[in-house]
Design a protein around this ligand. Sequence first.
Ligand SMILES: [Cu+2]
Length: 512
Amino acid sequence: MLRTARSLLAVVSAGILVVATAMSCSTSANTLTNTTNTNGTTNGGTNAGSSTYNDLRIPPTLQGTSFNLTLARTTKQFRSGTATDTYGYNGEQFWGPTLILNQGDSVQMNVTNALTDTTTVHWHGFHIPASMDGGPHQTIAPTTTWRPTFRVRNNAGTYWYHPHLHTKTYDQLTMGAGGFIIIKDPIESALQLPRTYGTDDIPLVMTSRRFLSSNQFSKNIVIDNYGDYMLANGTMNAQVSLPKQFVRFRLLNAEIERALNLGFSDNRTFYVITNDGGLLDAPVGVTRVRMLPGERVEILVNLGSDAVGASLDLKAFNSGQTFGFPGNEGNPVTPSGNAGPINGSLLNNTDFPILHINVAAATTGAITTLPGALTTNRYWTLADVTNSRTINITGGQAGGNFSFDNVFFDHGYINQTIKLNAVEKWTIVNNQIFGHSIHLHDIQFKIISRSGGPVEAYESGWKDTFYIPKGESVVVVAKFTDFASSTDAFMFHCHMSNHEDLGLMGQFLVVP
Ligand SMILES: [Cu+2]
């Protein structure tokens, strides 16, 4: 009964009601074998316990004040046989180069669309004018180039770029379009932190895919919201050698829908040093950090006490979550050769490895101590608030799609209008059947409270994306500064791209 009820709810969470299929009652469903794996050299099925690893791809970097990005279709060999059709920027086979920007610089972006489909590029987390933001309005037709310019105002931290065309975001993200942006500033640069890119400063985008028997990505927006095979920087069964010292990871959850409850295989303490919008005041020690799609954290992990030659795994501890946690839904009865059951996945409700780490010798100039203070943030508080609004997540019942305040995304409808320089309290209410990951463009905000419990210390910094569990309300406060327009809107939406594309998105104007 329980399983059946859960699988029915899982169906509803997809936003489309179909005939519910009773899931397997077997409790061994979580210990899957590599039955779908036809390739002993390039993938290990569910990643679990594999002895065959592939070296982690580290994206190349671009620096300066003028950046050329070209998105094109390509292929990548994930499995034996046919290569998988993918998208990548600048010739990458999946994902794109890492852009390194300096706070204060004025930058010129030249984004060329070499697809046969229209796209956009959104600079996720950036405080820039709406017309430069790369949301659904700034379309880039095939064979054309979009040339936004803006000044980099954000704090040092880890950001990213990705397509944001309404009804196409799910598809283009699934194909691999996206890339990291690292912003540098004087405060971060003055700290004793690991910052040798690819050596002790590792960008890590985590996203999973399901494969059809043809080896192509399965892209049914109703069915394929959770991949069966984890990719780390587009690498399946990834491993990396890291020096015996403090190492920094720039973590990005770029899953379609799955939350990641991250930790290390030996449950060691690690330290969160940034949220979406920059440094925390001080490192926050944790053994787990929960990341929803769109969220970033930078962490420090100390490998200084590990023996050279030792190994450990970065893992998602996703088993045993309650329903509503994205990725709790059950596993498919049969592994995917073709599309599996609604919201099933080989990785759902399991603990699975993301990156195998081999400890190597320390580098010269290794960082061997944890910094104390990082910066001094001045966050907005309830005392600063000049206007309040409440936004309800609606729909989703009886198989409907999700919406904000019963309005599905509509290009012609402005959901919210905000006065420039207002400090606003937004209460997002999720009296719903499923958790979401809410992202606001334009500004960085502070999470003030959660109805379901305390705001975790590791999410106490500047945020642009946050988890809202089912049945919970979350209060955030932001100041809407610098950029007003009575015509160009910013977006707010669920960052689960299936929910977003099916209507859980709205737009706000910041007006003079
Ligand atoms: Cu959602």
